[in-house]
Design a protein around this ligand. Sequence first.
Ligand SMILES: *Cc1c(COP(=O)(O)O)cnc(C)c1O
Length: 398
Amino acid sequence: MIPYGRQSVSADDIAAVVAALESDWLTCGPRVEEFEQRFAEFVRAEHAVAVNSGTAALHLAMLAAGIGPGDHVITSPNTFLASANAAAFVGATPDFCDIDRLSYTLCPDSLRKCWRPETRAVVAVDYAGHPSQVSEIAEFAHSQNAIVIEDACHSIGGVLHSGKEVVHIGGNNWADMTTFSFHPVKSMTTGEGGMLTTNNPEFAQRARTFRSHGMIRQPELFTGLAGNAFPEQGPWYYEMQELGYNYRITDLQCALGISQLQRLPRFLERRREIVQRYHAAFQTLPHLTPPAVRAGVDPEQIAWHLYTVLIDFQAIGKTRTDVMSALRERGVATQVLYIPVYLQPWYAKTYGYKPGKCPNAEWYYERALSLPLFPAMTDEDVETVIQSVKEVLPGGGA
Ligand SMILES: *Cc1c(COP(=O)(O)O)cnc(C)c1O
């Protein structure tokens, strides 16, 4: 069975993890710092804070920005739950504006319509690796004194475009903070893991503090214990000034991350090759819409994470379940990403969100199917996927 996504772990990756296991540091050691430094360099960010999941990175972004009760946060409904949940974690209200029908990312016009005076942050999700319209979103959000968090869990190693300006995802000033995930289905992995990048030193400092219980060890930041009790502040001394968490990542995971980061450019190249083959094969297939690229975005620089096609199931007279099982019989696993988040029972129950809220996201969800895409796919695997899709859909000539 060809899965829809899969990690690539090499002998070098394994050796790196073994070396970490044999070292003095299993966690909070030199590999965490090295991974942060290398990742920051890779995405051209001033600061990188490594954490134990992409979800933790999103939560820390909310905490670092001081988002809380009474605040309103807008994200895309076409995302994994965590992009919206992070706002709820801090007591803010997660809300959703619609996506566009081309890149399936957050639509800036819809964002302006959904805006409220209490909107403090936008979480822009680079669905499938296609960059969001971050410069346009940022121009508006910043004019309203709100911040932009780019959820780049799908777009590690990609770039953003605005006119002639091209900047790295994770290392630009349109997004105030950018979050990444290293879950095994993502473009590089640490098992579980994540990263927050920013050019803002204050956000980086706050994220680091919240990552480990809100504990502070820098003497210049100490304010003293309650009632100035025990004023001696020796080498053991620390303070907790905020309510933080344990979102630390281990040196074992960072060893894998450092090794995977070196392989990432080749991973991305292979992903692009596979996407090109799919494009060539599916461009003229009736009832199927391959992923499109927004004008002004360079297709050669997209860090494709998913290859999601839209299929007009009504027109072909088959359900999505039928198509998925027919593909499965041919050895091809597929996935559906994503159910509009606001339709989830908890969101409906908690915020009263109803069907019809984001018509494009619902239109998209009815049709979406993600085909296998991962760097270890062989040319033969790619051909199997193409032939299977052509056999299962009418008009494929197979
Ligand atoms: C995977 C993912 C997350 C969450 O990352 P974890 O590492 O699984 O916590 C958040 N947002 C998007 C868009 C994702 O794909």
